[in-house]
Ligand binder design. Sequence first.
Ligand code: ADP
Ligand code: MG
Length: 256
Amino acid sequence: MGVVISIANQKGGVGKTTIALNLGYSLSKFGKKVLLVDIDPQFNLTFALIGMDVINYENKNVGTLMTKESTVEDVLIEINENIHLIPSHLTLSAKEIEILNTYNRERRLEKALKPVYPEYDYIIIDNPPSMGIFLVNSLTASDYVLIPLELSYFGVIGMQLMFNLMKMIKDETNEGLRLLGIVPNKFTRQTKIPEKRLKELKELYPEAPILTTIPKTVTIEKAQAEGKSILEYDPNGKASRAFEKLAREVISLVEG
Ligand code: ADP
Ligand code: MG
């Protein structure tokens, strides 16, 4: 039965899409069957995986799935044997009002995805930074939250917002939601600041599991510019090794 993991942080540019993509590929390398779900109206994950082809999915995407214009089978795209995608689309933000006016609006995604849970090992949802109906739907559908974090002052302070949001979701729609961990991203030793922030993070939130740190490297951006995962672009580089380590960590936390 598929385990659903939301990659979430209300801060933008922290690496949600990068981690959704590369964790997805790393898990597939360990033989896991992965469904990536893009619920961000900015459709970065979709663009990274299918490029301009995204224009063909106006009537078959996560938004039409949530409004029941499409079934889950309609919207699945096979990227390769072990990675499937439910795409987002430019028109997703316009669906927000429509979804807000439907019955059971917080559970639209959960209900729509349930039939395919048994077909995957991991369902990874890439989220928008804004706190709205899309993020609420994905946290409601999720078993776990994985929080990418940039080790800056505002990044560390901002964690509290995520914990508040998780508490609200646990109280209202999804009691079983758990924090899988925080992934410090864009780590560099060029200055002492990230290390100092990491220490502060541990002091502020001693209960929160801190997972594998992802290094800051231009190869991650270069890979994205070519529409590739880091594992395809630079399989032996330090970023690929970090993502493989993260995938192993996720597998051991989830599967025990
Ligand atoms: P989000 O989805 O949270 O907005 P992204 O994954 O789009 O964040 O990342 C924001 C930008 O930072 C992108 O240009 C991405 O290529 C870059 N980036 C993310 N992680 C790293 C990293 N570890 N090293 C270098 N650049 C990174
Ligand atoms: Mg993103």
